[in-house]
Design a protein around this ligand. Structure first.
Ligand code: CP
Length: 307
Protein backbone atom coordinates (compact mmCIF):
# COMPACT_ATOMS: atom_id res chain seq x y z
CA UNK A 1 0.00 0.00 0.00
CA UNK A 2 1.31 3.46 -0.94
CA UNK A 3 0.54 6.92 0.35
CA UNK A 4 1.15 10.39 -1.14
CA UNK A 5 2.55 12.53 1.67
CA UNK A 6 5.29 14.41 -0.18
CA UNK A 7 5.96 14.88 -3.91
CA UNK A 8 9.17 12.89 -3.42
CA UNK A 9 7.14 9.77 -2.55
CA UNK A 10 6.97 9.27 -6.33
CA UNK A 11 10.06 9.04 -8.51
CA UNK A 12 10.43 11.33 -11.55
CA UNK A 13 9.45 8.36 -13.76
CA UNK A 14 6.34 7.64 -11.66
CA UNK A 15 5.32 11.30 -11.79
CA UNK A 16 5.83 11.25 -15.55
CA UNK A 17 3.53 8.19 -15.80
CA UNK A 18 0.96 9.85 -13.56
CA UNK A 19 0.95 13.06 -15.63
CA UNK A 20 0.64 11.04 -18.82
CA UNK A 21 -2.35 9.20 -17.32
CA UNK A 22 -3.85 12.55 -16.25
CA UNK A 23 -3.43 13.85 -19.78
CA UNK A 24 -5.15 10.76 -21.21
CA UNK A 25 -8.00 11.30 -18.74
CA UNK A 26 -8.26 14.92 -19.88
CA UNK A 27 -8.69 13.87 -23.51
CA UNK A 28 -10.76 10.68 -22.99
CA UNK A 29 -12.86 11.40 -19.91
CA UNK A 30 -15.81 9.03 -20.66
CA UNK A 31 -13.43 6.07 -20.89
CA UNK A 32 -12.70 6.43 -17.15
CA UNK A 33 -16.31 6.82 -15.97
CA UNK A 34 -16.53 3.42 -14.23
CA UNK A 35 -12.97 2.44 -13.32
CA UNK A 36 -13.64 3.06 -9.60
CA UNK A 37 -17.20 1.70 -9.41
CA UNK A 38 -17.86 0.58 -5.85
CA UNK A 39 -14.81 2.34 -4.39
CA UNK A 40 -15.06 5.09 -1.76
CA UNK A 41 -12.96 8.18 -1.10
CA UNK A 42 -13.04 9.82 2.36
CA UNK A 43 -12.17 13.53 2.52
CA UNK A 44 -11.00 14.47 6.03
CA UNK A 45 -10.61 18.23 6.08
CA UNK A 46 -9.64 19.81 9.40
CA UNK A 47 -8.96 23.11 7.58
CA UNK A 48 -11.01 25.10 5.05
CA UNK A 49 -10.72 24.24 1.36
CA UNK A 50 -12.62 24.82 -1.86
CA UNK A 51 -10.41 23.44 -4.65
CA UNK A 52 -8.63 20.54 -3.01
CA UNK A 53 -11.63 18.95 -1.31
CA UNK A 54 -14.09 19.50 -4.12
CA UNK A 55 -11.63 18.50 -6.85
CA UNK A 56 -10.94 15.25 -4.98
CA UNK A 57 -14.67 14.65 -4.70
CA UNK A 58 -15.23 15.55 -8.34
CA UNK A 59 -12.34 13.27 -9.33
CA UNK A 60 -13.73 10.24 -7.47
CA UNK A 61 -17.26 10.83 -8.77
CA UNK A 62 -15.90 11.11 -12.34
CA UNK A 63 -14.24 7.71 -11.87
CA UNK A 64 -17.55 6.14 -10.83
CA UNK A 65 -16.74 5.99 -7.10
CA UNK A 66 -18.45 7.57 -4.10
CA UNK A 67 -17.33 10.11 -1.52
CA UNK A 68 -17.87 10.69 2.18
CA UNK A 69 -16.17 12.90 4.72
CA UNK A 70 -16.16 16.06 6.77
CA UNK A 71 -15.19 19.61 5.83
CA UNK A 72 -14.16 20.99 9.22
CA UNK A 73 -12.70 19.70 12.46
CA UNK A 74 -15.76 21.07 14.28
CA UNK A 75 -18.09 18.70 12.47
CA UNK A 76 -16.01 15.61 13.32
CA UNK A 77 -15.12 13.89 16.59
CA UNK A 78 -11.83 15.82 16.55
CA UNK A 79 -13.96 18.44 18.34
CA UNK A 80 -14.32 15.90 21.18
CA UNK A 81 -10.58 15.28 21.28
CA UNK A 82 -10.21 12.25 18.99
CA UNK A 83 -6.68 11.77 17.66
CA UNK A 84 -5.77 11.68 13.97
CA UNK A 85 -4.60 8.06 14.41
CA UNK A 86 -7.93 6.91 15.86
CA UNK A 87 -9.84 8.83 13.20
CA UNK A 88 -7.96 7.20 10.31
CA UNK A 89 -8.33 3.74 11.90
CA UNK A 90 -12.06 4.38 11.92
CA UNK A 91 -12.13 5.76 8.38
CA UNK A 92 -10.20 2.67 7.20
CA UNK A 93 -13.40 0.71 7.99
CA UNK A 94 -15.53 3.00 5.82
CA UNK A 95 -13.49 3.93 2.74
CA UNK A 96 -10.85 2.63 0.30
CA UNK A 97 -8.71 5.78 0.21
CA UNK A 98 -8.51 9.05 2.18
CA UNK A 99 -7.44 12.63 1.42
CA UNK A 100 -6.61 14.60 4.55
CA UNK A 101 -5.93 18.30 5.21
CA UNK A 102 -4.76 19.32 8.67
CA UNK A 103 -3.28 22.48 10.20
CA UNK A 104 -0.39 20.57 11.81
CA UNK A 105 2.79 19.73 9.90
CA UNK A 106 3.24 15.95 9.77
CA UNK A 107 -0.42 15.10 10.46
CA UNK A 108 -0.78 13.14 7.21
CA UNK A 109 2.35 11.15 8.06
CA UNK A 110 0.89 10.32 11.50
CA UNK A 111 -2.34 9.22 9.81
CA UNK A 112 -0.50 7.04 7.30
CA UNK A 113 1.23 5.12 10.09
CA UNK A 114 -2.11 4.05 11.57
CA UNK A 115 -4.01 3.61 8.31
CA UNK A 116 -5.14 0.48 6.47
CA UNK A 117 -5.95 2.54 3.35
CA UNK A 118 -3.83 4.89 1.19
CA UNK A 119 -3.58 8.39 2.69
CA UNK A 120 -3.14 11.47 0.51
CA UNK A 121 -1.76 14.61 2.12
CA UNK A 122 -4.10 17.39 1.01
CA UNK A 123 -2.00 19.97 2.89
CA UNK A 124 -0.36 19.76 6.32
CA UNK A 125 0.15 23.17 7.94
CA UNK A 126 2.91 25.19 6.27
CA UNK A 127 4.72 22.00 5.25
CA UNK A 128 3.62 20.25 2.02
CA UNK A 129 0.76 20.14 -0.48
CA UNK A 130 1.80 17.39 -2.91
CA UNK A 131 -1.39 17.19 -4.97
CA UNK A 132 -1.19 20.92 -5.65
CA UNK A 133 2.32 20.22 -6.89
CA UNK A 134 1.09 17.48 -9.22
CA UNK A 135 -1.46 20.00 -10.49
CA UNK A 136 1.28 22.60 -10.99
CA UNK A 137 3.50 20.10 -12.82
CA UNK A 138 0.67 19.08 -15.14
CA UNK A 139 -0.12 22.75 -15.83
CA UNK A 140 3.51 23.63 -16.60
CA UNK A 141 4.01 20.53 -18.75
CA UNK A 142 0.77 21.05 -20.67
CA UNK A 143 1.43 24.74 -21.34
CA UNK A 144 5.15 24.66 -22.12
CA UNK A 145 5.68 21.04 -23.21
CA UNK A 146 8.49 20.53 -20.68
CA UNK A 147 9.40 20.34 -17.00
CA UNK A 148 13.05 21.34 -17.18
CA UNK A 149 15.12 24.12 -18.72
CA UNK A 150 13.20 27.01 -17.22
CA UNK A 151 13.34 29.90 -14.78
CA UNK A 152 10.54 29.87 -12.23
CA UNK A 153 9.72 32.95 -10.18
CA UNK A 154 8.04 32.18 -6.86
CA UNK A 155 6.45 35.31 -5.42
CA UNK A 156 4.75 36.24 -2.16
CA UNK A 157 4.61 34.26 1.07
CA UNK A 158 7.46 31.81 0.55
CA UNK A 159 7.78 31.17 4.29
CA UNK A 160 4.35 29.72 5.06
CA UNK A 161 3.26 28.77 1.53
CA UNK A 162 3.24 24.96 1.52
CA UNK A 163 2.55 24.87 -2.22
CA UNK A 164 5.87 26.65 -2.77
CA UNK A 165 7.76 24.20 -0.55
CA UNK A 166 6.29 21.19 -2.36
CA UNK A 167 6.89 22.70 -5.80
CA UNK A 168 10.56 23.44 -5.05
CA UNK A 169 11.01 19.89 -3.75
CA UNK A 170 9.55 18.47 -6.93
CA UNK A 171 11.14 20.80 -9.50
CA UNK A 172 14.74 20.40 -8.34
CA UNK A 173 14.68 16.89 -9.82
CA UNK A 174 14.35 18.25 -13.39
CA UNK A 175 17.31 19.48 -15.49
CA UNK A 176 18.39 23.14 -15.67
CA UNK A 177 15.84 24.59 -13.28
CA UNK A 178 16.51 28.06 -11.95
CA UNK A 179 14.49 29.83 -9.25
CA UNK A 180 13.96 33.51 -8.57
CA UNK A 181 12.55 33.73 -5.04
CA UNK A 182 10.64 37.00 -4.73
CA UNK A 183 9.58 37.80 -1.18
CA UNK A 184 9.90 40.42 1.56
CA UNK A 185 12.64 39.58 4.09
CA UNK A 186 10.08 38.36 6.66
CA UNK A 187 8.55 35.86 4.20
CA UNK A 188 11.68 34.32 2.69
CA UNK A 189 11.72 30.63 1.89
CA UNK A 190 12.62 28.66 5.08
CA UNK A 191 16.28 27.94 5.73
CA UNK A 192 15.79 24.15 5.51
CA UNK A 193 14.52 24.54 1.93
CA UNK A 194 17.44 26.81 1.00
CA UNK A 195 20.07 24.56 2.57
CA UNK A 196 18.70 21.01 2.31
CA UNK A 197 16.87 21.28 -0.99
CA UNK A 198 18.26 24.11 -3.13
CA UNK A 199 21.91 24.23 -2.11
CA UNK A 200 22.13 20.47 -1.51
CA UNK A 201 20.97 19.88 -5.11
CA UNK A 202 23.24 22.63 -6.53
CA UNK A 203 20.22 24.55 -7.86
CA UNK A 204 20.77 28.01 -9.32
CA UNK A 205 18.60 30.43 -7.32
CA UNK A 206 18.51 34.01 -6.15
CA UNK A 207 16.43 35.83 -3.56
CA UNK A 208 15.07 39.28 -4.44
CA UNK A 209 12.47 41.73 -3.14
CA UNK A 210 11.54 43.40 -6.41
CA UNK A 211 8.97 41.71 -8.66
CA UNK A 212 9.27 44.26 -11.52
CA UNK A 213 12.97 43.59 -11.96
CA UNK A 214 12.46 39.83 -11.97
CA UNK A 215 9.60 39.75 -14.51
CA UNK A 216 11.59 39.79 -17.81
CA UNK A 217 13.65 36.70 -16.96
CA UNK A 218 10.79 34.35 -16.00
CA UNK A 219 9.27 31.42 -17.89
CA UNK A 220 6.76 30.82 -15.09
CA UNK A 221 5.57 33.26 -12.42
CA UNK A 222 4.03 31.41 -9.47
CA UNK A 223 2.12 33.91 -7.34
CA UNK A 224 1.03 33.06 -3.80
CA UNK A 225 -1.28 34.46 -1.16
CA UNK A 226 0.08 35.79 2.13
CA UNK A 227 -1.11 33.07 4.52
CA UNK A 228 -3.03 35.01 7.14
CA UNK A 229 -3.94 31.86 9.09
CA UNK A 230 -0.27 31.08 9.83
CA UNK A 231 0.70 34.52 11.19
CA UNK A 232 1.19 34.99 14.90
CA UNK A 233 -0.12 38.54 14.88
CA UNK A 234 -2.56 40.47 12.73
CA UNK A 235 -0.34 43.58 12.62
CA UNK A 236 2.38 41.74 10.66
CA UNK A 237 -0.20 40.29 8.30
CA UNK A 238 -1.71 43.72 7.55
CA UNK A 239 1.76 45.15 6.90
CA UNK A 240 2.74 42.37 4.49
CA UNK A 241 -0.51 41.28 2.87
CA UNK A 242 -0.28 43.53 -0.20
CA UNK A 243 3.47 43.37 -0.66
CA UNK A 244 3.04 42.20 -4.27
CA UNK A 245 0.12 42.89 -6.56
CA UNK A 246 0.41 41.60 -10.10
CA UNK A 247 -1.42 43.92 -12.48
CA UNK A 248 -1.55 44.69 -16.20
CA UNK A 249 1.36 47.16 -15.91
CA UNK A 250 3.63 44.50 -14.41
CA UNK A 251 2.53 41.95 -17.03
CA UNK A 252 3.91 44.31 -19.70
CA UNK A 253 7.38 43.62 -18.26
CA UNK A 254 7.03 39.87 -18.83
CA UNK A 255 7.80 37.78 -21.87
CA UNK A 256 4.97 36.92 -24.25
CA UNK A 257 5.46 33.22 -23.49
CA UNK A 258 5.56 33.51 -19.70
CA UNK A 259 2.68 31.91 -17.77
CA UNK A 260 1.20 33.02 -14.45
CA UNK A 261 0.21 30.27 -12.04
CA UNK A 262 -1.38 30.59 -8.60
CA UNK A 263 -2.63 27.73 -6.40
CA UNK A 264 -5.59 29.94 -5.38
CA UNK A 265 -7.45 31.22 -3.47
CA UNK A 266 -6.17 34.70 -4.31
CA UNK A 267 -6.88 37.72 -2.19
CA UNK A 268 -5.30 40.88 -3.70
CA UNK A 269 -2.06 39.55 -5.15
CA UNK A 270 -3.35 39.22 -8.72
CA UNK A 271 -5.56 42.00 -9.97
CA UNK A 272 -8.64 40.69 -11.77
CA UNK A 273 -7.58 42.76 -14.81
CA UNK A 274 -4.87 40.09 -15.39
CA UNK A 275 -7.47 37.31 -15.74
CA UNK A 276 -8.12 38.08 -19.41
CA UNK A 277 -4.40 38.00 -20.29
CA UNK A 278 -3.72 34.79 -22.32
CA UNK A 279 -0.73 34.16 -20.02
CA UNK A 280 -2.98 33.89 -16.94
CA UNK A 281 -3.15 30.13 -16.36
CA UNK A 282 -4.53 29.85 -12.83
CA UNK A 283 -8.05 28.77 -13.76
CA UNK A 284 -6.67 26.23 -16.25
CA UNK A 285 -4.59 25.01 -13.31
CA UNK A 286 -7.82 24.41 -11.34
CA UNK A 287 -9.14 22.18 -14.15
CA UNK A 288 -5.89 20.20 -14.37
CA UNK A 289 -6.25 19.59 -10.60
CA UNK A 290 -9.21 17.31 -11.24
CA UNK A 291 -7.46 15.18 -13.89
CA UNK A 292 -4.31 14.80 -11.85
CA UNK A 293 -6.28 13.75 -8.75
CA UNK A 294 -8.21 11.21 -10.84
CA UNK A 295 -4.87 9.80 -11.98
CA UNK A 296 -3.55 9.75 -8.40
CA UNK A 297 -6.62 7.94 -7.02
CA UNK A 298 -6.31 5.34 -9.79
CA UNK A 299 -2.59 4.92 -9.14
CA UNK A 300 -2.89 4.51 -5.35
CA UNK A 301 -5.85 2.12 -5.71
CA UNK A 302 -3.90 0.19 -8.37
CA UNK A 303 -6.75 0.54 -10.84
CA UNK A 304 -5.93 -0.71 -14.36
CA UNK A 305 -6.00 1.87 -17.12
CA UNK A 306 -8.98 1.05 -19.40
CA UNK A 307 -8.33 0.10 -23.03
N1 CP B 1 -5.04 25.38 -3.79
C1 CP B 1 -5.71 25.03 -2.71
O1 CP B 1 -5.23 24.25 -1.87
O2 CP B 1 -6.96 25.59 -2.59
P1 CP B 1 -8.00 25.27 -1.45
O3 CP B 1 -7.41 25.80 -0.16
O4 CP B 1 -9.26 25.97 -1.84
O5 CP B 1 -8.16 23.78 -1.36
Amino acid sequence: MRHMLNPLDFSVEEIDQLLTLASDIEHNLPKYAHVCDGRKLATLFYEPSTRTRLSFESAMLSLGGSVLGFSSADSSSAAKGESVSDTIRTISCYADIAAMRHPKEGAALVASLASRIPVINAGDGGHQHPTQTLTDLMTIRSLTGRLGHMTIGLCGDLKFGRTVHSLINAMVRYPHIRFVLIAPDELRVPEYIREDVLKANHIDFKEVNNLDEAMPELDILYMTRVQRERFFNEEDYIRLKDCYILDRKKMKLAREDMYVLHPLPRVNEISTEVDSDPRAAYFKQVQYGVYVRMALIMTLLEVEKPC
